[in-house]
Design a protein. Structure first.
Lengths: 115, 116
């Protein structure tokens, strides 16, 4: 069964600094991978997804993630953090051969941005 | 139009009461889900329905009963509420992977349940 591990439950960066949120996955077959963002008191919104078309995936709000099969990683980055990026971020995986098996989520990483 | 909408957004009730949360999606998706998010933000799948048929039922107390009158609606009824049921409940929908889709989930805004 697939799973994801997000390293670091809380990441704090200064405004303008690089954002790096780590995600490692475990899957027996090439997976689909997702990053979702949850702003306070809101639902989850898709940031970006990897579907095997390209290993570097660009998403909304300047975020991108790179799929590295050799490292089983899908880390999320943004060159310059904004105050508005403060939120909870979730990595998720689905097994493309699993039929209706739902996404499996990591435990989330809370991003704080310091002025 | 909101793609996945759930009501109510906030629910405060006493232990032992029964309450329901409703969810509707207008995306034409085949599959709908209920997730529970606890105070530590951990998301756990509870149920999944595909075209009104229950396909996933995780280890959830049988006080929780989902119902899907049609593929656009999935409701959650909770009997005899307990303190530990306090959480945010998210409804979501997706096209299923069988049709070559990625299984991307579209979430509602969540329903925050507080049991006193």
């Amino acid at each position: 069964a697939q799973s994801v591990t997000q390293l670091g439950s809380h990441v704090s960066v200064s405004e303008g600094a690089l954002v790096l949120l780590r995600c490692n996955y475990s899957s027996s077959v090439p997976p689909y991978l997702f990053w979702y963002v949850q702003y306070p008191n809101q639902g989850l919104q898709l940031l970006l997804k990897y579907t095997s078309a390209a290993t570097l995936v660009k998403g909304i709000n300047g975020f991108e993630a790179e799929f590295k099969k050799s490292e089983t990683s899908f880390h999320l980055t943004k060159p310059s953090a904004h105050m508005s990026d403060a939120a909870e971020y979730f990595c998720a995986v689905s097994d493309r051969d699993s039929g209706n098996t739902p996404l499996v989520f990591g435990k989330g990483t809370r991003l704080s941005v310091i002025a | 139009d909101t793609a996945v909408s759930q009501t109510p957004k906030y629910l405060v009730t006493q232990m032992g009461n029964d309450k329901s949360i409703k969810c509707e999606q207008n995306l034409g998706h085949d599959t709908m889900y209920w997730y529970k998010q606890d105070s530590k933000k951990f998301l756990k799948i509870m149920f999944s329905y595909n075209n009104k048929e229950l396909i996933i039922n995780e280890t959830v107390p049988n006080r929780f009963s989902p119902k899907s009158p049609d593929k656009a609606h999935l409701n959650l009824h909770i009997n005899s509420l307990e303190l530990g049921d306090s959480a945010v409940y998210f409804c979501a929908s997706s096209q299923d992977l069988i049709r070559g889709n990625t299984g991307e989930l579209f979430f509602g805004e969540g329903s925050r349940l507080t049991v006193l």
